[in-house]
Design a protein around this ligand. Structure first.
Ligand SMILES: *[C@@H]1O[C@H](CO)[C@@H](O)[C@H](O)[C@H]1NC(C)=O
Ligand SMILES: *[C@@H]1O[C@H](CO)[C@@H](O)[C@H](O)[C@H]1NC(C)=O
Ligand SMILES: *[C@@H]1O[C@H](CO)[C@@H](O)[C@H](O)[C@H]1NC(C)=O
Length: 397
């Protein structure tokens, strides 16, 4: 080997040694781009924390972008701006503490400029000054920015608590895997403890494995991060000061439903299923990982715009939000909709606020009165731990 090329090889080795952060086995850069100062999420003085989920905005170019699947009488004057108006109406009606956008925030194919499209799509949340978070769907990267580029843009926007990826995970697949803690009421005994945990994951876009067709899935690297994070949070919550007896409830947000969403029919879900469950064609085991961790009470996805149900499997509620955006496919005459989740704290004997007592949900339709439907309790502390009664199928005995 000529001396010159040995130098090149040596230099390359040196570079590799000093740049491990930018290169990973998963081919993923994890160096976080500019982040905002962390804002603290906490329960309000009313003992509640309310989350608005916006699924599948499919935003493109604003006023120029027409609505899909609306009634013939609604076509005229309908555009992406109706999606923005719906967010503003929801904010006005529900006054959420936090907004989660669960992917397909923009419809990349039709957006001339992905960054501008995102700026417009998230503008109503930013204008309202409400902290918000977003994860990626399978359409966000189809425009002028890659998935990495889209997530980098999101984390630089105002009032967002979205993160590029966890700084402690050296290798992780995808962009926009992170968690947020929601502390107890200011001045209460649990003011400095996370009483509700929120997890956000990148469920990918499409399979890159030729032998496996279809959508992406949550990879082992992401599940390992989830396991570590959940374990750390459980330990902190159950340790002094104010050691609690059981873990704080966790809620998980991502875009593509898990194969387990297909476990239900109308007899055991609340809401509707009007199309198939478009999960990955393989099961990467994230549902089992969550069951094992034990703290997750509900999972919220989008992706299938005509499904809006919640069903419970092995102690975890699996919920769709239903399609929100007007440039997304839908069903004419079937209103666009959003899901609201509210966690409520229990009152302590001394009249203060304690741990989370219940988690409830409902949806609102983008009709004249923002009709609320399908109210249900997703989880309650009192019934947790006690085994659910077995339903006797077939009646009689
Ligand atoms: C879209 O917004 C326009 C302007 O506010 C409104 O007139 C129209 O009814 C909306 N369309 C739908 C389908 O909500
Ligand atoms: C929480 O932290 C704040 C600021 O550090 C402190 O003033 C307060 O006493 C703490 N509250 C509890 C219950 O630990
Ligand atoms: C829902 O009910 C159907 C039968 O109607 C049953 O096959 C299915 O296992 C049930 N799912 C769950 C999660 O209980």
């Amino acid at each position: 080997m000529a001396p010159a090329s040995s130098v090149v090889v040596a230099l390359a080795l040196v570079l590799l040694c000093f740049a491990p952060i930018n290169i990973s086995a998963a081919g993923v850069r994890r160096q976080p781009p500019r982040q905002q100062l962390p804002q603290k999420l906490r329960f309000g003085r009313n003992g509640e924390f309310k989350i608005l989920q916006v699924a599948d905005m499919h935003f493109a170019d604003g006023k120029k972008t027409p609505c899909l699947d609306v009634l013939p009488s609604q076509v005229h004057g309908c555009s992406d701006l109706n999606t923005s108006a719906f967010i503003r109406r929801m904010i006005e009606a529900e006054k959420p503490n936090f907004i989660v956008f669960t992917g397909d925030n923009i419809f990349g194919f039709d957006a001339t400029d992905s960054a501008k499209s995102m700026d417009a799509a998230f503008a109503p949340a930013i204008a309202a000054g409400i902290p918000w978070a977003a994860v990626l769907g399978n359409h966000d990267q189809e425009g002028t920015l890659s998935r990495e580029g889209v997530m980098k843009h999101i984390v630089g926007l105002k009032h967002t608590l979205s993160q590029f990826n966890p700084s402690e995970a050296h290798i992780i697949d995808g962009f926009g895997n992170y968690n947020l803690e929601v502390d107890g009421v200011e001045g209460s005994g649990l003011a400095n403890k996370s009483v509700l945990n929120l997890y956000f994951l990148d469920s990918g876009d499409y399979s890159t494995v030729p032998a496996i067709p279809g959508y992406g899935w949550i990879k082992p690297s992401q599940q390992l991060w989830f396991q570590h994070t959940s374990a750390k949070l459980r330990k902190a919550y159950m340790s002094p000061p104010q050691a609690q007896k059981s873990s704080a409830p966790g809620l998980v947000y991502f875009h593509i439903p898990l194969p387990e969403f297909a476990s239900f029919d109308a007899s055991n879900f609340t809401g509707v299923r009007q199309e198939g469950i478009s999960s990955a064609t393989v099961n990467s085991g994230f549902f089992t990982t969550m069951v094992e961790a034990g703290d997750v009470k509900a999972v919220f996805t989008g992706h299938d715009h005509l499904n809006d149900f919640c069903g419970q499997l092995t102690g975890i509620q699996l919920c769709y939000a239903g399609g929100f955006g007007y440039h997304a496919y839908g069903k004419a005459g079937w209103s666009r909709r959003a899901r609201v989740v509210v966690a409520s704290l229990e009152k302590t004997e001394k009249g203060g606020w304690g741990a989370v007592k219940s988690i409830k949900t409902w949806k609102r339709l983008d009709d004249k009165h923002l009709t609320a439907i399908d109210g249900q309790v997703l989880w309650s502390k009192n019934s947790a731990g006690t085994r659910r009664k077995k339903h006797i199928i077939g009646g009689g005995a």
